[in-house]
Design a protein. Structure first.
Length: 101
């Protein structure tokens, strides 16, 4: 059984693979992972700073370090996610076979 593919079928399959590759490149962009983790941890640390006791604040010489660190983490996480939205990942262009000849 020999399988024969028409040129149209090959082009369709190639375009489907390119679409899947672009989706995978955007999904696993490091900015998404870093931004998401900073936002999640920033929320946790900010909540810890909001509910901090006076004894905890006194240990840090009067500075609510959890609150400020959590807010900083939130800002950094939102920065990474905004950067991802503003400048999305562009997958590398595939050079057609024989183009370099």
């Amino acid at each position: 059984m020999s399988e024969s593919y028409s040129e149209k079928d090959v082009h369709r399959q190639v375009s489907e693979l390119e679409t899947e590759s672009a989706t995978a490149a955007r999904l696993f962009d490091i900015r998404r992972i870093i931004g998401g983790l900073f936002v999640v941890y920033g929320v946790i640390v900010t909540i810890a700073g909001i509910v901090a006791s006076d004894a905890d604040i006194d240990k840090a010489e009067g500075v609510n370090i959890n609150l400020w660190t959590g807010l900083g983490m939130l800002v950094l996480g939102v920065f990474f996610l905004a950067w991802l939205k503003i400048r999305p990942t562009v997958p590398p262009a595939v050079e057609p076979e024989g183009a370099g000849d």
